[in-house]
Design a protein around this ligand. Structure first.
Ligand code: PDD
Length: 287
């Protein structure tokens, strides 16, 4: 079914959407993006996503093509026009089309940023069967660049990681660097020891997950202990439970790492409870 997408100010059927071959997002992955989930026709954690978009743009000296208020309006319009109940909205801002290929950034005065948004319908997104069984993951070396805090479209290595996971017959891969877990291919990683939730502290090494911020806040409000520090793969394999968070997986239990089952080998109580709390609270705050 054809969707209506948003390209540089226009709502058009996806078949008619056009981007220049000289667009720097296409040629250089000179672009940043956000993924916001939609539940019950409403946007989850929207303020966090626009705030992170502004930060990503700022770090790359890229101009914001529209205001935050316009972004909200475009998100809502696309959700309505495409009849999205559960799913997601993808947003990408690129450094635009300077008319030629050149490594140097173009002058923003003459080359405005480009913007594209589209929806993906995912009926029953919050009821993913995988949440009942949990994910199995493998570990792979983190060979990404050093500014993983910026949400750029340089997603080749995460895609390769997903393929390595697929070939290994598991659900995802966790990146490791200097013996420590950084994050998942497209999610933040956590382990649980007793009642304590452990996750890597924020730095340039990982994406500052919007779901992560919300989940840690809810965990603290529920009197759970949270420790933000790096953990090794061995520590993860010896943990009681593990999970990942992202805008599309919400809180997803992890039950196996590199063939080693965690705890009972089933989703752990902390992950299950956090998923419930996150879905309940974020639905309430959805816009
Ligand atoms: N990925 N770490 C990485 C490397 C990610 O790509 C993502 C999100 C996250 C979690 O961030 P958030 O909670 O804000 O979604 C962490 C999105 C979902 C994607 O690329 O589809």
């Amino acid at each position: 079914m054809s969707r209506i997408v948003y390209v540089n100010g226009d709502y058009v059927p996806e078949e008619e959407a056009k981007i220049s071959v000289f667009d720097r997002g296409f040629l250089m992955a000179d672009a940043v993006y956000e993924v916001t989930s939609v539940l019950g026709g409403k946007l989850i954690d929207f303020p966090g996503h626009v705030a992170r978009l502004a930060r990503s743009l700022g770090e790359l000296e890229m101009a914001a093509p529209v205001t935050d208020a316009e972004l909200l309006a475009v998100h809502r319009e696309l959700v309505a026009r495409n009849g999205i109940v559960d799913g997601l909205v993808y947003l990408q801002v690129t450094r635009g089309n300077p008319g030629d290929r050149d490594f140097a950034f173009p002058d923003p005065a003459t080359t405005p940023s480009g913007i594209v948004l589209f929806t993906q319908s995912k009926p029953g997104l919050a009821d993913a069967p995988a949440a009942k069984t949990g994910w199995k993951v493998i570990s792979i070396p983190d060979v990404r660049w050093g500014r993983r805090d910026i949400k750029t479209t340089q997603l080749l290595y995460p895609s390769m990681g997903k393929m390595m996971a697929k070939k290994a017959g598991v659900d995802d891969a966790w990146f490791t660097e200097d013996g420590f877990v950084t994050e998942g291919t497209s999610n933040n990683a956590y382990i649980v020891k007793g009642r304590r939730i452990i996750t890597r502290a924020l730095s340039n090494d990982i994406l500052h997950g919007i779901t992560r911020a919300a989940v840690l806040r809810f965990a603290k409000e529920a009197q759970m202990e949270v420790e933000e520090r790096s953990f090794t793969l061995a520590e993860a394999q010896a943990a009681d439970e593990a999970f990942v968070t992202s805008a599309s997986a919400f809180v997803m239990p992890v039950v196996e790492i590199d063939g080693v089952a965690l705890g009972s080998g089933k989703p752990g109580p902390v992950a299950v409870r956090l998923r419930e709390i996150y879905l309940e609270e974020s639905r309430k705050a959805a816009v």
